[in-house]
Ligand binder design. Structure first.
Ligand SMILES: [Zn+2]
Length: 304
């Protein structure tokens, strides 16, 4: 059975949305992420799957117990930076400090320093090829920030579709795991996660993955905790609701979150055809398969 690498950008949607709205209590702890994490664990246990969690530092600080629970379950813990700022909005030294802050926090909670990184909004771009040198200097061994999506401005050119070894200065290297795109009429359709998994029917996702896995033994999928929330928006009920009111409230909840409820089911359906696994579990096979052909990144941000 072919493999798919399953990843989560582990961040608290409410924390980030409330911050962007300028709310005074944006950084307070809420119940949603606990519920979402429980739903992820339940799904992964049901499927017997391992995953890689790219943890946001801000979120790790507020929910240290959840980060420890991920580690206790045996999943990979990796970094999503601390502050969730796009890489090109940071100077090189700011980027270094942001990533180190996250690595230190996650390492302390997990008892093991993370070796994987994913940039917020897949934002290691042609403007910031130096990011890989910084990551390697900080001890990172793999990255998963490349996504050939038209929604990412100034994205790196010439990215291979499979994982590859990126040679850096002074004999250093880092492995890149690009997020899955599906070539349709010669153009990449970024179907590695997000809105595509809420919008595309399972049959289309199946077909896409069948074509993708013909050339790539380890395609990457990415999701967020909020996409697996079993109860994202609930109608408020009175203290003693009638069965009809209860049914109506439940219906409203289903009605308002159709795409989100489908994501878990689609992951379940795909898991019948593929083994879902984590980057670190698969890394040995990836090195064996793709290690022979190293690449490098030009100063203009082109993979050669
Ligand atoms: Zn993110």
């Amino acid at each position: 059975m072919s493999k798919l690498l399953l990843s989560f950008d582990f961040e608290d949607w409410h924390q980030l949305v409330h911050r962007s709205m300028g709310q005074a209590d944006w950084d307070s702890r809420g119940r949603a992420l606990e519920r979402q994490t429980a739903a992820i664990f339940e799904l992964l246990d049901e499927l017997g799957a391992k995953a890689t969690f790219f943890v946001l530092g801000l979120t790790a600080e507020r929910y240290p117990d959840l980060v420890q629970a991920i580690a206790a379950k045996g999943h990979d813990l990796a970094c999503h930076g601390y502050d969730h700022r796009r890489v090109p909005s940071q100077a090189k030294e700011e980027f270094r400090a942001d990533v180190e802050h996250c690595a230190e926090l996650v390492g302390r909670l997990a008892g093991k320093r993370p070796v994987g990184y994913r940039a917020p909004a897949f934002s290691i771009t042609r403007e910031t090829p130096w990011a890989y040198e910084v990551l390697a200097e900080l001890g990172f061994r793999y990255d998963s920030s490349q996504y050939d999506s038209p929604r990412i401005p100034q994205r790196i050119r010439g990215m291979p579709r499979t994982p590859y070894r990126l040679e850096l200065d002074e004999g250093r290297e880092i492995w890149e795991y690009p997020v899955t795109v599906w070539p349709v009429r010669g153009r990449p359709l970024p179907m590695g996660g997000g809105a595509y998994w809420r919008a595309l029917p399972t049959s289309v996702l199946r077909r896409a993955l069948k074509e993708v896995t013909a050339d790539n033994s380890h395609p990457v999928l990415y999701f967020h905790p909020y996409e697996l929330d079993p109860q994202p928006l609930r109608a408020t009920l009175s203290e003693s609701p009638t069965p009809r009111q209860r049914a109506l409230a439940a219906w409203k909840s289903v009605q308002r979150n159709p795409g989100r409820r489908l994501v878990a089911d689609r992951i379940r359906a795909i898991a019948r055809d593929y083994t879902l696994t984590s980057y670190e579990e698969a890394h040995g096979e990836v090195v064996e398969r793709y290690g022979a052909r190293p690449r490098s990144l030009s100063r203009e941000g082109v993979v050669v």
